[in-house]
Design a protein around this ligand. Structure first.
Ligand SMILES: CC(=O)N[C@@H](CCC[C@H](N)C(=O)O)C(=O)O
Length: 383
């Protein structure tokens, strides 16, 4: 296969959209990606699998006169969301959806890869198709497995995230922090179940969980500098079995966001404090589990990002938008803490937010993204 045309890219995106898989289970997705990649010109290309991270794929293209190795990363996992777009190519996997646009990310990466497979780059290139961005820290897992060593270590790493708030095909970026760091939150409350009619003999964890959730929201409004900001979202609550049994257990899952490690640690500590307070006041056992894993703030490298922005601003075919930091998280933050690089947005123009069941990115963004990235990589290699 030659360089992917716009029609081919859209077909690939729709195929991938129909087979979304959760973190570390991206088996069909990885097989599909491999099939597409093996259809490219293989002359200078090497595909590598990682036995301990079996849904990851790495591709190396040998440069003709390499001065460096350029890395490009895409995430490949999906979310436990039931799709409500009504599209003819909607998810075929019940309860799972590419609701964060990773189908777009993968397709753009394949488009860029197809170009350089056909037009040998001067620098070496590494493409990393990364499992488990939404949870489970795929980037960190790969790094800790020693994947990026020797000829597989990029000198610089680039990656994108789609953005429904930007016009289709626009490139958004900023110097400094692009995305927040996050902490995954798991809270368990243990009390005593009982009959609905006899609360005095039980210890109701629905009421304790409700109090904890309300108090947690005061952390941001009362303990955090409003100029700096932060987020606590508790997105999942499980408790009880039936209306007339007092629940003796509740489970809460959520996420904390801050633009600096200091801020994240401060919010983490305050949530621990709230958990201890609820334990005392409800005579319950409260376990607050906090795990940042690889979701460090996404810090763009100053030198490389300056070059990136200069290229995008100077390219008349690119609609470049200087963006504000966002509270979205990304485990690319971990890889950028080890290898310098730049993360940026690709506009996909949609009324629905990321992670929503109706997200429907504009497909014209794909070819625009491929062209902008291919152009940037080519220009970078000429420096
Ligand atoms: C771009 C995006 O939506 N990323 C996810 C990353 C998840 C981080 C982690 N699992 C957490 O939930 O804290 C996001 O939710 O921002």
């Amino acid at each position: 296969m030659a360089v992917l045309t716009e029609d081919a890219l859209i077909k690939i995106r729709r195929d991938l959209h129909q087979i979304p898989e959760l973190a570390l289970n991206e088996v069909q997705t990885a097989a599909y990606l491999e099939k597409v990649i093996t259809s490219f010109n293989q002359t200078h290309l090497e595909i590598r699998k990682i036995p301990d991270l079996p849904t990851a794929l790495l591709v190396r293209i040998e440069g003709s006169a390499p001065k460096r190795t350029l890395g490009y990363r895409t995430d490949i996992d999906a979310l436990p969301v039931t799709e409500e777009t009504g599209l003819p190519f909607a998810s075929k996997h019940p309860g799972v959806m590419h609701a964060c646009g990773h189908d777009i990310h993968m397709t753009v990466a394949l488009g860029v890869l197809s170009y350089f497979a056909e037009h040998q780059p001067t620098d070496n290139m590494i493409f990393f198709f990364q499992p488990a961005e939404e949870s489970e820290n795929g980037g960190k897992l790969a790094y800790e497995l020693g994947v990026f060593k020797g000829q597989w270590r990029p000198d610089e790493f680039y990656g994108l995230h789609d953005n429904p708030d930007l016009p289709a095909g626009a490139i958004g970026c900023r110097m400094g922090t692009l995305f927040a760091g996050t902490t995954e939150v798991n809270i368990d409350l243990e009390g005593k179940g009982g009959h609905a009619a006899y609360p005095q003999d039980a210890n109701d964890m629905v009421v304790a969980a409700a109090a904890l959730i309300s108090q947690a929201q005061t952390i941001i409004s009362r303990s955090i500098d409003p100029i700096e900001g932060g987020v606590i979202t508790l997105g999942k609550l499980e408790a009880g079995t039936i209306r007339n049994v007092i629940a003796g257990h509740a489970h809460i899952e959520g996420t904390i966001r801050g633009l600096t490690q200091v801020m994240i640690k401060r919010i983490d500590q305050r949530l621990q404090d709230v958990g201890e307070g609820i334990a005392r006041s409800f005579n319950a056992k409260v376990t607050v589990g906090l795990n940042q894993g690889g979701y460090l703030p996404v810090e763009n490298n100053p030198e490389l990002t300056k070059r990136f922005i200069k290229y995008m601003k100077g390219n008349p075919d690119v609609n470049f938008v200087e963006t504000e930091p966002a509270m979205t998280g990304e485990d690319f933050g971990y890889l950028l803490s080890k290898i310098p690089g730049t993360m940026f947005w690709l506009g996909v123009e949609d009324d629905s937010q990321l992670h929503s069941a109706t997200l429907s990115p504009k497909e014209s963004s794909i070819e625009a993204g491929v062209n902008a990235i291919t152009g940037f990589m080519t220009a970078r290699m000429a420096e």
